[in-house]
Structures are given as C-alpha cells and as structure tokens.
Design a protein around this ligand. Structure first.
Ligand code: NAP
Length: 508
C-alpha cells in the first residue's frame, strides 16, 4: 500500500474555521477575520459558483488565506449542498487536492474513498455525519476508519441530550490512543460541550464558526469564543475539567469569567458549559468525563440539592444549591448565593440589625434571606404569592408576607430576588413593585444583572436611594464557586471577574 500523507499538524488540537460562503469574494472577506485560527475549511458545496470554479481560483484561495486551507464538498446524501454525481464530485476534489490544499474531506461512505486516499497528494480527512443521536453503526465506522487509515478521522452524530456525546467521545479516544488522528463529537446545542471535550482529549481539530450567526453546522462555537473565552490555545494534555449546567445557558457569563481567572492563575483547567434541559444527561456526561465539579443554574438548583449526597448548611436549610463538587460516591452541594448577597450589601452598609425586605421567594430569595438572618439582619420575605413567602419565611426563620408590605413598612434595605426587569424577557420594562413605595432612604440591590441598571435601580436612583447592581452579587457568588471548584482557597478573583463581566455586559 502506498504511504499516505500524515496529518501534518502535530498532536495539539487545531482550531479550524468552517466557511460556508456563496462566492469567493465573500470567502476572501472572511480571511481578514481569522486571527487565532490554525486552519480554515472551505465548504465548496455552499458556493453558488461551484461550476465556474477553476484550479486557478482554488489556488488563489489557498495562496490568499492567512492559514492553511482544507476543502470539503459535502453531498446531499450526507446533508451537504452538492447535488451532482459522484464522478463530478471526485473530480472537483482531485482538483482541490492539487491546488495546495492542507486537507481534503472525503466521506467515509463514498465508494471511491479508498482509491482517493491512495492517490491523494495531500492529507485526507475521512468523515461521517449522522443526523441522529447514538448511531447503531458507530463501531462499523470506527472499523472502516481503521481499514482506510486516513490522515484524520471525523465522526459526528447529532445530540438530543448532553450524554449522547459519550459514545462519540469514547470512539475518538479509542482512535487517538491507537495513533489515528481523529475528531469525534456531536452537533446540535446539546452537543456543544462535546466539541470542547473532544479537544480536551486530544482530538486533531475543533471546527469553529467564523463568528456567532455564521455557523456551518449546528452547535459550532465561534472562533472568538474558542480563542478568547475558552483560551483553547493554552489547553494542555491532562486539562482538568469543571463547568456549568442549566437551561438555557448560552448567554451565561460564567465561562468567560471563570476561564479569565483560570488563565490569570495559570491553572491547567477548562470550564465548560454543558447545555440542555435534561439534568440526568448533563450529570452523566460530567461524571463520565471526570469533571471536578459544576456551577448549577436555573432550573436545576432545587433538583440538584435533592440529589446531593452531602450539603452545606445553607443548602440543607433552603433546598437550593448553585455548586456541586464531585466525590467518589456522589457530590457535595453548596450554595454561594447567600454569602454573595451579604457581602455585596456589606460594601455599602452593615447588614447586622438592618431591616431588610427580600422580594421573591424562589431559590435565590430563600438563600439570600437565610444568609441575611444568619448575619443578624431582621428579614421579611415579600412575594407575589403570599403562601410561597410564608413557606420560605418558615424555612429561613424570618417573617413573610405580600408585596403590599413594602408600601406600609419602612425598610433599610430592599433586595429584588425575582426575574422582573431582566433584559430580553416580557418583564424587561417592569419593576417587581411600584417604585413610589420607596422612601428614598433605602439601599436597593437588584439581583437581576442584565441590564446592569434595571428599571428598578433606575427608579430607585431617581428617588434618592443608594443602589447596588446585581453584578456585585453575581461576581461574589462566582468567586466563591471558583474557590470551591478549583480548590484554590487563597485566590481573590473578584477584580478579574468584574472586568470581564463588565466588558461583556456594557457591550450588550
Ligand atoms: P425563581 O426560583 O424562579 O423565583 C422566582 C421568584 O420571583 C418567585 O418568588 C416568583 O413569585 C417571583 N416572580 C416571578 N415572576 C414574577 C412577577 N412577574 N412578578 C412578581 N414576582 C415574580 O428564581 P431564582 O432562582 O430565585 O432567581 C430570581 C432572580 O435572581 C433571577 O432573575 C436570577 O437570575 C437572579 N439571580 C441573580 C443572582 C446574582 O448573583 N445576581 C444569583 C441568583 C439569582 P411566585 O412565588 O409568585 O411565583
């Protein structure tokens, strides 16, 4: 058998930007935005002008790209855009292969794949895509990869839940351990974590979108997210994992602020969000991939507390957790929201003996109220549904009542622990209670931090109140999570977290 070109890009994971543009002008424009990318994949099947494409044009693309260029011409039978016959397709790819391409992607099931591999002048990626989860013929495809021995194998299924990625990640591990360069992961929102996890286990490539909104396949991270937020270029062998579960989490600030501190501390850790609304599936993936621990956000805060094997005092009291650390036989649940609220308020005034109204009886309201009681405050939980306020008050050893209490009573501090005022929701323009009930002497903290200045805070400022943005609490709960997850107790990550979060929120 002829010796085939080896995958030439070494053992580190390379970031390959997939470009699916309608013409070569648009492709060249994208070349200006590839900083941080190692390679680019041009999807020839996305071109409107494919039939006019000459070898000169292909060579011109290769010569003008700032990074090596690979070519893919995905047929319709693999959910691509090329509807011509297979002979034509092979001819196009043979032209592309001699144009200076860094690689050519050929489908594992193409009848001519073995011949193409034998004759190719450049590295060949042998790929297979399933538009279903947990494909029954995965092991046959792995065997075929073994027979063809391409420069790189790419096996991709479509996840419905996070744990659907596990068979693909295991197949990737098996191939890589056998010396076969590979990248095996899942597409789709629920597969997003697997793209990062595959990179963490040494896959040859991670495919990225040129920018958010320019995804060529469902669930692709953008180049900027991989480079700036996950700092993938600094990942090394044996990167330890921790992350975030919740639904939805696509707009969470946590990956950016955690990874910024991880980089500042020089730790070999990656903080990875696991998307999806199925808690069992998210936990299965995290446990199987040996995560150290997780941040936990809505809607899993109560359920995760119930499932924990051990709990801190606040979780035991209020039944809501926002952090878990895995142990051999389960996980410990912590709640850092309570201390974060107390600490954020303490930047403005002592909470001991202060008369405080917590508006909202959900997980955050209960955690905040309980921690404030423990810190010596006199707390009343007020809520739209009075029965919920009463139940929460009983758990937190404080009083509870309806929202109207804010009108008739004076409080030193008022805390909003409802989602009212949150950007991009139907409640974005609203306040959780009429601001005219504020006398102007209160300190007002809004747990909502998107936008930074909520309608409640804006009106509280107009009435002369001292205000505290939800960001002050957010970075404090994240800093406390960081210390638990990283076992890095002496670090003070607040200013790094604040800088990154402010930068992201001010841009919104
Ligand atoms: P949750 O469990 O869903 O609780 C929601 C609470 O808000 C309930 O008491 C609910 O009242 C009340 N509520 C919902 N919609 C309302 C409306 N239209 N008018 C009046 N009250 C309403 O949520 P959570 O986990 O406690 O979180 C609450 C908020 O705090 C969220 O916006 C979350 O993002 C934010 N948070 C911020 C931080 C931070 O660090 N800054 C930390 C944790 C949470 P009913 O009982 O009547 O349904």
């Amino acid at each position: 058998m002829k010796r085939r070109p080896l995958w030439p890009f070494g053992s580190d994971t390379r970031i390959c930007v997939s470009l699916g543009e309608p013409n070569t002008v648009a492709l060249r424009e994208q070349f200006d935005h590839l900083e941080g990318a190692d390679l680019v994949e041009i999807r020839l099947d996305a071109l409107d002008t494919l039939r006019d494409l000459t070898r000169e044009t292909l060579t011109d693309l290769v010569m003008n790209s700032p990074v090596p260029v690979g070519f893919t011409l995905r047929p319709m039978w693999q959910d691509g855009g090329f509807d011509g016959d297979e002979l034509d397709r092979r001819r196009f790819l043979e032209e592309a292969a001699i144009s200076g391409a860094a690689f050519i992607d050929v489908e594992l099931d193409a009848e001519w794949a073995a011949d193409f591999l034998d004759d190719a002048q450049c590295p060949v990626v042998a790929s297979h895509h399933w538009n279903s989860a947990r494909p029954a013929d995965l092991s046959q495809k792995v065997e075929r990869v073994g027979r063809l021995a391409p420069s790189m194998a790419k096996l991709v299924a479509t996840a419905e839940v996070a744990s659907d990625s596990l068979p693909l990640l295991r197949a990737g591990q098996q191939l890589i351990m056998s010396g076969q360069p590979a990248t095996c992961f899942c597409m789709g929102e629920a597969g997003k974590a697997s793209r990062l996890l595959a990179a963490g286990q040494g896959s040859a490539l991670v495919y990225a979108a040129a920018s958010v909104g320019n995804e060529v396949a469902a669930g692709q991270w953008s180049l900027r997210e991989l480079v700036d937020e996950f700092q993938m270029n600094r990942w090394q062998q044996g990167t330890r994992l921790c992350g975030l579960i919740g639904h939805p989490i696509s707009h969470s600030l946590s990956p950016a602020i955690f990874n910024a501190v991880i980089q500042e501390r020089g730790l070999n850790v990656a903080y990875i969000p696991i998307a999806g609304g199925d808690l069992d599936a998210a936990l299965d993936l995290a446990i199987d991939m040996d995560f150290q621990g997780l941040s936990v956000t809505m809607p899993f805060k109560d359920e995760i507390a119930l499932r924990s094997t051990r709990q801190d005092d606040l979780v035991a009291t209020v039944g809501a957790a926002n952090t878990v650390v895995f142990e051999d036989d389960g996980f410990v649940a912590y709640n850092t929201d309570g201390s974060a609220l107390v600490d954020a308020l303490a930047t403005v005034r002592p909470v001991e003996r202060a008369k405080i109204a917590v508006v909202g009886a959900g997980g955050a309201g209960r955690a905040g109220a309980s921690a404030l009681v423990a810190a010596g405050a006199v707390v009343t939980i007020v809520n739209r549904t009075v029965a919920h306020a009463k139940e929460a008050a009983e758990l937190c050893s404080c009083s509870g009542g309806g929202l109207q209490q804010l009108e008739v009573e004076d409080f030193d501090i008022v805390v909003n622990a409802t989602p009212v005022g949150m950007r991009s929701t139907p409640l974005a323009g609203s306040t959780p209670f009429p601001p005219k009930w504020l006398s102007g002497r209160e300190v007002v903290l809004d747990m909502v931090y998107r936008p930074l200045t909520t309608p409640l805070l804006r009106q509280a400022i107009e009435r002369g109140c001292t205000t505290i943005q939800g960001l002050e609490m957010f970075i404090r709960q994240a800093a406390a999570q960081y210390r638990l997850l990283m076992a890095d107790p002496d670090v003070e990550p607040l200013s790094a977290m604040r800088n990154v979060a402010e930068h992201l929120l001010i841009d919104e």
